[in-house]
Design a binder for this molecule. Structure first.
Ligand code: ATP
Ligand code: MG
Length: 440
């Protein structure tokens, strides 16, 4: 394949005919094909776009299939009974097939996210005219996309690929290249810096120099991005199977510190060898789990990220007189609260994360009923895996791990004999029954 592609904006596409590329319908989800055909048969243009085309060209299995069309969202909604319109800013149709959702977007003309938002607000109030300015044709839609490898369109009408910006060649060369003027594109939407890193890590691509340079200087812009969006993006960076590579690139470009500043500072401190090792092991472990199809939870990695900052603060609090457990709980809360300013962590992850961290302290205590209760704690598995990594990283002594390993492997009946009774404690006592409070 060798197609010369004009790089100027608004030039027409180079059309790669079916015999000249390897994207076959057999690799496209049946449901995506159904949507594409139905749109085409109803007289609309319909293309597969984005990661689906990119991954198929690379011989990889796409995560999902995105479709673009010249049909308006309401038209798409009418064509598919199993569809729903979502999004306030830009309405998209989600077509539901059981658990699979095919996203159908209408070609868009504007590329600046903020302009989009303003237009949308006016659209809501003023109706249709502005909306017509928002939607465009394929040759406008292409320039609002991020990277050349993400800007390829597979045409269901003749199975050709439309390439406006040299994406096919960049995929063959393994090059990440932003469309347009890179600094301007990163300023429009700073999350593109994280997307750049994510795709480079996932695909093993190298950056074109102009796309790469601003990564080193524009990280501050991430402060303007809502913390919830950065959370979503962090999940994609760290839970997609290439966490180690994503992490290394983020650190290399100085972007990590804009996401996890306390972690970043801890990593930079010379004395924190075991923390650096713990973090790397956790990332490796996460990638292995993803590769073998085991479940991964964000709270585990987040707990690792915040571990050293929390421990350090807990030590300070102990020095000023707090009891160890109290100090740890307070330190976790404080560190988590500071983190939320950058990458917000939903409560459903924050709460178990804190439990897992505090459990590390509880695990040093081998005694009595507390140990029996701990091993049955719903978060024990996570706390135990965390402990294992800490021991491997030299952050905890092996005997602690051995104790819990042994206790965990036992039948519940045998566990009681294995825990040393606390001084003065004779077997498990019944708690006195609480009296019900009388309503007053
Ligand atoms: P994957 O789904 O494998 O993570 P993808 O390329 O499909 O990768 P999505 O986030 O699903 O990524 O987005 C679909 C397409 O929408 C992208 O390929 C890109 O063309 C466009 N896109 C998404 N986010 C942005 C953005 N922030 N700026 C510009 N274009 C974007
Ligand atoms: Mg996608």
């Amino acid at each position: 394949m060798n197609h010369t592609v004009p790089s100027t904006r608004h030039a027409g596409p180079v059309i790669v005919p079916r015999p000249d590329h390897n994207v076959s319908r057999s690799q496209i989800s049946k449901n995506a094909l159904r949507v594409l055909y139905r749109l085409k048969e109803s007289g609309y243009k319909a293309f597969l776009v984005g990661g689906g085309v990119r991954d198929l060209l690379l011989g990889r299995e796409p995560k999902d299939f995105d479709i673009v069309t010249d049909a308006l969202p309401e038209d798409v909604r009418r064509l598919f009974r199993n569809s729903r319109l979502i999004g306030r800013r830009f309405r998209l149709a989600h077509v539901h097939f059981g658990r699979e959702i095919i996203e159908v977007a209408t070609f868009r003309a504007t590329r600046d996210m903020e302009i989009d938002e303003q237009l949308d607000r006016k659209t809501d109030a003023g109706g249709r005219i502005l909306r017509d300015n928002v939607y465009g044709d394929i040759d406008e839609d292409v320039w609002r996309r991020d990277f050349t490898c993400n800007a390829l369109y597979y045409n269901i009408a003749d199975f050709s690929i439309w390439d406006y910006a040299g994406g096919v060649q960049d995929i063959l060369d393994g090059t990440m290249r932003l469309l347009g003027e890179p600094e301007e594109r990163y300023r429009e939407d700073p999350v593109r810096m994280l997307r750049a890193v994510r795709f480079a890590a996932k695909l093993g691509f190298r950056f074109d120099p102009a796309t790469e340079a601003p990564l080193l200087t524009l990280g501050d812009l991430l402060a303007e991005v809502p913390a919830a969006r950065l959370f979503d993006e962090s999940l994609k960076l760290f839970l997609s199977g290439t966490a180690v590579q994503s992490y290394e690139l983020l650190r290399h470009y100085g972007l990590f510190r804009h996401l996890f500043p306390a972690t970043d500072r801890a990593l930079d401190q010379e004395e924190n060898d075991s923390f650096r090792s713990l973090l790397l092991k956790a990332l490796e472990n996460t990638d292995e789990r993803v590769a073998s199809g085991q479940p991964v939870t964000p709270m585990f990695l987040l707990g690792v990220f915040l571990w050293q900052p929390a421990e350090k603060l807990a030590a300070t609090l102990r020095e000023s007189g707090d009891a160890p457990m109290q100090a740890m709980i307070e330190a976790c809360d404080t560190v988590l609260r500071a983190q939320q300013q950058h990458v917000s962590i939903p409560r459903r992850f924050g709460t178990p994360m804190r439990e897992m961290m505090v459990m590390q302290l509880r695990m040093r205590n081998h005694h009595g009923r507390r140990a029996l209760r701990l091993v049955e704690h719903p978060r024990f598995r996570a706390g135990f895996d965390f402990l294992r990594l800490r021991v491997a990283a030299g952050d905890e002594t092996p005997d602690v791990l051995e104790f819990w390993e042994r206790l965990e492997s036992m039948d519940p009946e045998h566990r009681r004999a294995a825990v040393a009774p606390k001084r003065g404690e004779r077997g498990p006592r019944r708690r006195p029954r609480r009296r019900k409070k009388k309503p007053t």
